[in-house]
Design a protein around this ligand. Structure first.
Ligand code: SAH
Length: 461
């Protein structure tokens, strides 16, 4: 993030604009929405600027900007039609310690003006660091469509009510009250008189003050394989509501971004062989936070019910009476099979599919290798990277053909996804060569449907 978004308080401050032509008019139109004092310097102001000056909306100085004109201003816009003049006025402003925007000149500017969706007091600013103004405008149009014009009115009524609402305990209770107001009761009040709206808010507050404080709760939420678009809507809503999020190392950064900004984020990295938080510590964290009344999201990669040690965590909650529920996610096998364009089951090929882990508490895990080695069987191996040699040995020993197809999908659904296609006989050698560093799912008995390049292209699309 090269540009940091902030909102600057402008009332009772000055903004100085040099220029009075079309370029200046466009910026002035925006500035006039704010309650700032605007000073314009131009020896050839356009009629619109003259009119605004006559109406007292801005102060017009009919001359070119000179030194000390900008001193003490909050912002300066060099909106001169002539680039040389813009460079001169920008230099003056800068020498007076004021941050500068040279209109249509990103390189020469200290700040940029974003695309704005205005539902005053709700303001949404969209920036692309100058990379794609067209994109910013398209996003703006999309957001405009989604936010009803009445939103500003609701926010204004709500703002007056903030001190009263502070009677509710901070955190969840206040959030619930405001959610009730903005999404349930507020929109219905808009046609009423402002006094009626205030009275209704009073009623709503009383109702919330009488509510018993919410009990703590744990949601076991599946984060899917990494692509945030593969989250369920339910999972996304839970992330927006959470007070505490306890997440695994496998959960991708874009998904963590979706969590409520005030939520307490606790990483409990569990690596196959590496540094990790013990299961007892994770259990204790769940209990501790839920007991304090927090809405805890236990966020796990993929689906929490697949190799997720879910039961151990539930067993820690049950005896102390903490309520919980499960929100399923897309497991790595589902996302990975989609990545290679195949089905997990297929008529005439396999009626069953097995998900297995290559590790258990003792190390490499034993399975019914004879049945896995049969032709046509499909197996999704989790945590299989380091066990490749072991799996290969066991499968071959139990009669699998060395030409059995193998697909490996690393970092499924993430921007760095890789697909490896090999045969059982070469599994270990090819895996070592590929040097995979991310989580990977190994399919025994499945080849990618299409050539790899084509698959990668489809993903890029
Ligand atoms: N609950 C998870 C699995 C946890 S076990 C799920 O349902 O997907 C961890 C193993 O899952 C990893 O070793 C890897 O084999 C697989 N895995 C998880 N996320 C993956 C991803 N994005 N790409 C490939 N494999 C993944």
């Amino acid at each position: 993030m090269k540009y940091f978004p902030i909102f600057i308080k402008l009332d009772q401050n000055r903004v100085v604009v040099s220029g009075g032509g079309e370029t200046a008019v466009a910026k002035l139109r925006l500035l006039l929405k704010s309650s700032t004092q605007i000073e314009v310097y131009s020896d050839t102001p356009s009629q619109v600027v003259e009119d605004w000056a006559t109406k007292g909306l801005l102060t017009l100085n009919r001359r070119a900007l000179t030194s000390s004109d900008v001193a003490g201003a909050t912002l300066f816009y060099a909106a001169d039609e002539d680039p040389k003049e813009a460079a001169r006025t920008a230099a003056i402003a800068r020498s007076e310690g004021v941050i500068v925007n040279v209109v249509d000149n990103l390189e020469a500017s200290d700040f940029i003006t974003p695309a704005i969706v205005d539902r005053d007091p709700v303001t949404i600013a969209i920036g692309t660091e100058g990379a794609a103004p067209v994109l910013a405008r398209a996003i703006k149009a999309k957001i405009e469509e989604q936010l009803p014009p009445s939103l500003g009115m609701l926010a204004r009524i709500g703002k007056h009510f903030r001190t009263q609402a502070a009677k509710l305990p901070q955190g969840l209770a206040q959030r619930k009250f405001w959610a009730d107001y903005y999404f349930k009761h507020g929109p219905k009040l808009l046609n009423a008189q402002p006094e009626a709206a205030e009275a209704a808010l009073d009623g709503l507050l009383k109702q919330h003050l009488n509510n018993a404080p919410a009990a703590g709760h744990v949601s076991f939420v599946g984060a899917g394989p990494g692509d945030p678009e593969l989250l369920t809507l339910k999972a996304r809503n839970e992330l927006h509501e959470a007070d505490v999020v306890i997440y695994d190392r496998l959960v991708s950064a874009p998904i963590l971004e979706l969590c409520r900004r005030e939520a307490l984020m606790i990483a409990v990295g569990k690596e196959g062989f590496g540094r990790s938080t013990s299961q007892e510590d994770i259990n204790a964290l769940l209990v501790e936070h839920a007991r304090r009344g927090a809405q805890v999201v236990r966020l796990k990669g993929g689906d929490p019910t697949v190799f997720g040690r879910l039961d151990e965590e539930i067993d820690a909650l049950e005896p102390v009476g903490i309520s919980w529920h499960i929100v399923p996610g897309i497991t790595a096998a589902s996302a990975s099979v989609a990545a290679i364009g195949q089905s997990l089951t297929k008529r005439g090929r396999n009626q069953t599919v097995r998900y297995l882990t290559a590790h258990d508490m003792q190390g490499f895990a034993e399975h019914d290798w004879r049945s896995l080695a049969r032709e046509g069987e499909v197996t999704a191996v989790y945590m299989g990277k380091r066990a490749a040699r072991f799996i290969q040995g066991r499968m071959l020993m139990h009669g699998a053909h060395p030409a059995t197809s193998i697909s490996i999908v690393e970092n499924t659904s993430r921007p760095d996804q890789r697909i490896l296609s090999t045969k059982l006989g070469q599994l270990e050698a090819d895996l070592t060569k590929a040097q995979l560093s991310g989580p990977a799912l190994v399919f025994l008995g499945l080849a990618p449907r299409m050539a790899q390049e084509q698959l990668q292209q489809e993903i890029a699309l």
